[in-house]
Design a protein around this ligand. Structure first.
Ligand code: A2P
Length: 338
């Protein structure tokens, strides 16, 4: 009989955790047992795992002994406290928070880009990148290998699911309120998100950029293994439920034409090119990304302002490829590469 694994999902009641469970079931991950963990608030409740229901257990009182693989998506402070405990008990932790991403002893892995980095995990922890970085590097890696990326200028259009379940509820609630001519009180975001756009993700840092913007800088360099790439990002939250979009302007060392970039991207793992020069001939969160696995790329254009510039429009489901799917793909890679 082939080997099976005891898997723990930490944050199983959250926006990412519930999709981790459904992807594990969908892809028939070789699990001997799947344990759903969350806070004491949800302990005793149920979550779906395929057509089964799992009883949620309290992370604080759970004994991690015997867990082979733990997928964490319960926020940075939970990861900081519990991921080392699971690793000490013998589990490989795949952590979706930012708690360990910049740690030199923790590999930051996108399965289509740098899976081999997962072998070297001295702390027993592998970090899953930020959602907007994740989808972008899947499309950028083949371009970087071919033509050498020197500079990136990024504007994101990020959906509210990236902020978590309460943000999904806030967009729904505000939309309903406004359609009924009622005030839309902000609770999760600092200002109204329904029918609005907010140029702010994460926290402000000393240089005036936000943490979500600096994640794109640090994480892209770490995953592509190239600290020389110059990166400038503006992160914007938009009233979309699922699916992040990104307008990315790339300057390469060697000229790469839009036609050659299209060919490279058509052959790239995890990428689907949707690039017809007609109305609707491009990917959007609603028409393509939401609920699906690929990283969609469209609007591939030579930059008319720069001899070695290229433009891409990159769209993906931030909860699937941007978080839960990549975490499960890392787990699958570990199974195939013990
Ligand atoms: P709970 O539902 O019990 O609060 P989201 O990012 O969608 O808001 O989800 C966050 C996830 O992290 C939820 O599953 C949540 O569980 C879990 N979580 C938050 N705080 C803790 C904690 N202190 N211990 C365990 N799980 C936590």
């Amino acid at each position: 009989m082939s080997k099976t694994y005891k898997v723990a999902v930490v944050g199983a009641t959250g926006a990412v955790g519930e999709v981790m469970l459904s992807i594990l079931a969908e892809r028939r991950f070789p699990a001997s047992e799947v344990v759903a963990l969350a806070s004491s608030r949800s302990a005793g409740g149920k979550v779906s795992f395929g057509n089964r229901q799992l009883v949620v257990q309290d992370l604080a009182t759970f004994d991690p002994a015997g867990v082979d693989i733990a997928l964490f998506s319960a926020g940075g402070s939970v990861s900081k406290e519990y991921a080392p405990r699971f690793a000490a008990a013998g589990a490989v932790v795949i952590d979706n928070s930012s708690a360990f991403r910049y740690d030199a002893d923790v590999p930051l892995v996108v399965v289509e880009v740098n899976p081999e980095a997962a072998r070297d995990r001295p702390r027993g922890i592998i970090a899953n990148p930020n959602c907007s970085t994740m989808q972008m590097v899947v499309a950028l890696a083949p371009i970087h290998r071919k033509a050498g990326i020197e500079r990136l200028n990024i504007a994101t259009y990020q959906s509210v699911s990236g902020t978590g379940r309460l943000a999904l509820e806030e967009l729904g609630r505000q939309t309903a309120a406004l359609l009924n001519f009622q005030p839309a009180t902000p609770e999760v975001y600092p200002v109204q998100i329904a029918f609005n756009v907010i140029p702010h993700g994460g926290d402000f840092t000393d240089n005036g950029y936000t943490t979500e913007e600096m994640k794109l800088v640090w994480e892209t360099r770490k995953i592509l293994g190239d600290d020389a790439i110059a990166i400038n990002a503006t992160v914007v939250r938009v009233p979309v439920f699922y699916g992040h979009s990104e307008a990315v302007n790339i300057e390469t060392r060697d000229k790469l034409s839009a036609a050659d970039a299209r060919k490279l991207l058509e052959a790239a793992p995890g990428v689907e090119v949707v690039d017809e020069h007609v109305p609707g001939g491009y990917p959007t969160p609603v028409t393509h990304a939401s609920g699906t696995d690929p990283v969609y790329v469209g609007r591939i254009r030579d930059d008319i302002s720069h001899p070695r510039g290229l433009n891409l429009w990159i769209v993906s489901d931030n909860i699937r490829k941007g978080a839960a799917l990549n975490a499960v793909q890392i787990a699958e890679w570990l199974v195939l590469n013990p």
